[in-house]
Design a protein around this ligand. Structure first.
Ligand SMILES: C=C1C[C@]23C[C@H]1CC[C@H]2[C@@]12CCC[C@@](C)(C(=O)O1)[C@H]2[C@@H]3C(=O)O
Ligand SMILES: O=C(O)CCC(=O)C(=O)O
Ligand SMILES: [Fe+2]
Length: 338
């Protein structure tokens, strides 16, 4: 008998998954309480653009408080959640990601990480106690932002950059264009029938900002890609954070650090709830290699502002290589004119 996918599955991407999930045990582990970790941290950013942090100082209470508010929101009837939509630029989104036709088995809340302007629209959704959700968001975002800044300072130390604040100051800036996202991947039981397939929760992409800080409710699904095109499944962890190098940090290190390609596969049994802080610079900031990393080398990228990069990234498809348009053609490739 031929098993036909249900209509709900039809519109969404199914991918063949030949092997059963085996978790990758080699994710670099960074202990933030140990200053010597800076060397491991630099190595992880060069090799994977991805690592896990422990002893991060973010209180578990903040994490669990926000997670429970997120679960409460996502269990509301669709009609209620839709009152907080559409997600452009901020709000509730369902299945559709970005504005260019990408879809996934996911619903989410996309918010500014700017404390003052956290969407007023949330008030209408959390009719009974909007302040509780707002407080949970503020506590969590402040703590995670502080940790992201510590990581960026440790990175600068590891790169032997004199001013250890060059990167962290961009996130600390009042005008910092940072984003926060709560994702909910409902269980996808239909997928169990299709033995060797998986449903895409969030399609492959790199994050355009400087650094992303991710955590989930101990549910698998996140995968990172290696240069050879293979995918590694990240073992879930309730109390640790996962850090992604973003495209902007790749440019600021002139390609030394790699922005990691990643995706999320839906789980047939368990709902995944994840929260991600995307640390970005102010819109007018020039994104260019840090001078101290150049030492006479040429920049691999032409100069651009975060505004220009963001505009270009947001008008591309999720899986596109968004940095390609900003790469400089090396002088040695240009043939001399006769
Ligand atoms: C197709 C999309 C969807 C984008 C924009 C564009 C390419 C990159 C996606 C992300 C990925 C990282 C978070 C986000 C908020 C971001 O800054 O870039 C996403 C955004 C969205 O979900 O809207
Ligand atoms: O939900 C996740 O675990 C990751 C999603 C993601 O990569 C993103 O929102 O940029
Ligand atoms: Fe991402």
């Amino acid at each position: 008998m031929v098993l036909l996918p249900k209509p709900a599955l039809e519109q969404l991407s199914l991918i063949r998954n030949i092997k059963p999930t085996t978790f990758f045990s080699g994710i670099p582990l960074i202990d933030l309480s140990n200053p010597d970790s800076k060397h491991l941290l630099v190595k992880a950013c060069e090799e994977f653009g991805f690592f896990k942090v422990v002893n991060h100082g973010v209180p578990l209470e903040f994490i669990l408080k926000l997670e429970s508010e997120a679960v409460k929101f996502f269990s509301l009837p669709l009609s209620e959640k839709e009152k907080a939509g559409p997600p452009n630029p901020f709000g509730y989104g369902n299945k559709s990601i970005g504005q260019n036709g990408d879809v996934g088995w996911v619903e989410y809340l996309l918010l500014t990480a700017n404390q003052e302007s956290i969407s007023q629209r949330l008030s209408s959704v959390f009719g009974d106690n909007p302040e509780k959700f707002r407080r949970a968001l503020n506590d969590y975002i402040s703590a995670v932002k502080k940790m992201a800044c510590e990581i960026l300072e440790m990175m600068a130390d590891g790169l032997k950059i004199q001013n250890r604040n060059v990167l962290s100051k961009l996130l600390k800036d009042e005008q910092s264009d940072s984003v926060f996202r709560l994702n909910h991947y409902p269980p996808c039981p239909e997928i169990q029938a299709l033995k060797d397939h998986n449903m895409i929760g969030f399609g492959e992409h790199t994050d355009p900002q400087i650094i992303s800080v991710l955590r989930s409710n101990n549910t698998s699904g996140l995968q990172i890609s290696l240069n050879d095109g293979s995918w590694l499944s990240v073992p879930p962890d309730l109390s640790s954070f996962f850090i992604n190098v973003g495209d902007s940090l790749q440019v600021m290190t002139n390609g030394l650090f790699k922005s990691v390609r990643h995706r999320v596969l839906a789980n047939s049994m368990k709902a995944r709830v994840s929260m991600i802080y995307f640390g970005g610079p102010p819109l007018g900031e020039k994104i260019a290699p840090l001078p101290s990393l150049m030492r006479g080398k040429e920049s691999l990228y032409r100069e651009f502002t975060w505004f220009e990069y963001k505009r270009s990234a947001y008008s591309s498809r999720l899986a596109d290589n968004k940095l390609l348009l900003f790469e400089r053609i090396p002088a040695s490739y240009i043939l001399p004119q006769k």
